[in-house]
Ligand binder design. Structure first.
Ligand SMILES: NC(=O)c1ccc[n+]([C@@H]2O[C@H](COP(=O)([O-])OP(=O)(O)OC[C@H]3O[C@@H](n4cnc5c(N)ncnc54)[C@H](O)[C@@H]3O)[C@@H](O)[C@H]2O)c1
Length: 252
């Protein structure tokens, strides 16, 4: 990493998958600016720079991105990763729970996608990855989460279509189950059962955050130069299987 290294900005970069993406992009040669709402967060790696940003705040997003461009000249890569989860049966979900998840997972992605995207469009160059989830296909007990993660896929496709001819590529990564914050909260609350989940994943294990980061790394690289508006699933085969085992092994 040097003064001339490309600039990568991550939202929700203080922990979990966002932290891992930061480490991966650092290793790829980016100057990484991790943003997060956590008060007083200071990145534990000297190499990662930090800016406080609550993605639900439209005005703050514009100010932070303008500040980064003023200081570093440009934003080459943006990863919209910040996300939260609330588990509740649909009929019992409070308005506050619904609103909180929609504000972070959908309005937050819009806010930073637009704030970062505008600078990239002005420059005619940039790569963006939004973090969706396998829950986008519908997930009992996670109505706002599933809804927002599906919406992120639609927003990604739309941004990809609008900005492709102007030098800005926008794609999404949809992780399966990763042993980080959003997943751990569900397990701790007793609303996610690890054994049941593992039985439904063809790979029979959770994802490591670094495996999600590797997909992000690919999508922002020149190797993905013709990918736009796509959602890449990193899920151990979860989306292509219904968890029904073979009744007996096929004969050779
Ligand atoms: N863990 C999983 O199994 C899993 C699976 C699929 C998708 N995802 C998605 O990956 C992303 C990261 O999840 P994680 O498991 O690493 O979660 P995490 O809780 O470990 O990290 C999320 C980060 O987002 C930050 N954040 C929360 N609200 C914010 C706000 N308003 N503004 C800015 N930052 C905010 C948190 O402070 C935290 O640092 C989320 O979008 C999540 O939905 C996670």
């Amino acid at each position: 990493m040097t003064e001339n290294s490309p600039i990568a900005v991550i939202t929700g970069g203080a922990a979990g998958i966002g932290w891992s993406i930061g480490q991966r992009l650092l290793a790829d040669g980016y100057r990484v600016i991790a943003t997060d709402v956590v008060p007083g967060f200071t990145a534990s790696s000297d190499d990662v720079l930090w800016r406080e940003l609550d993605v639900t705040d439209h005005g703050q997003a514009a100010t932070v991105f303008d500040g980064i461009v003023a200081e570093f000249g440009q934003i080459d890569v943006l990863v919209n990763n910040a996300g939260i989860q609330r588990h509740r049966a649909l009929e019992e979900l409070s308005w506050a729970e619904w609103e909180a998840v929609v504000n972070v997972n959908l309005h937050g992605v819009f806010n930073t996608l637009q704030a970062g995207g505008r600078h990239m469009l002005e420059r005619g160059e940039g790569r963006i990855v939004n973090i969706s989830s396998v829950s986008a296909r519908g997930s009992a007990g996670r109505a706002p989460y599933s809804t927002t993660k599906a919406a992120v896929i639609g927003l990604t496709a739309t941004a990809g279509a609008e900005w492709a001819s102007r030098g800005v590529r926008v794609n999404a990564v949809a992780p399966g189950y990763v042993d980080t914050g959003v997943f751990r909260q569900g397990v701790a609350a007793g609303t996610l059962d690890v054994d049941t989940i593992l039985s439904r994943i063809p790979a029979k294990r959770l994802a490591d955050a670094s495996e999600v980061a590797a997909a992000v790394s690919f999508l922002v690289s020149d190797d993905a130069s013709y990918m736009n508006g796509q959602t890449l699933y990193v899920d151990g085969g979860f989306m292509v299987d219904y968890g029904i085992p073979l009744a007996k092994k096929p004969s050779p």
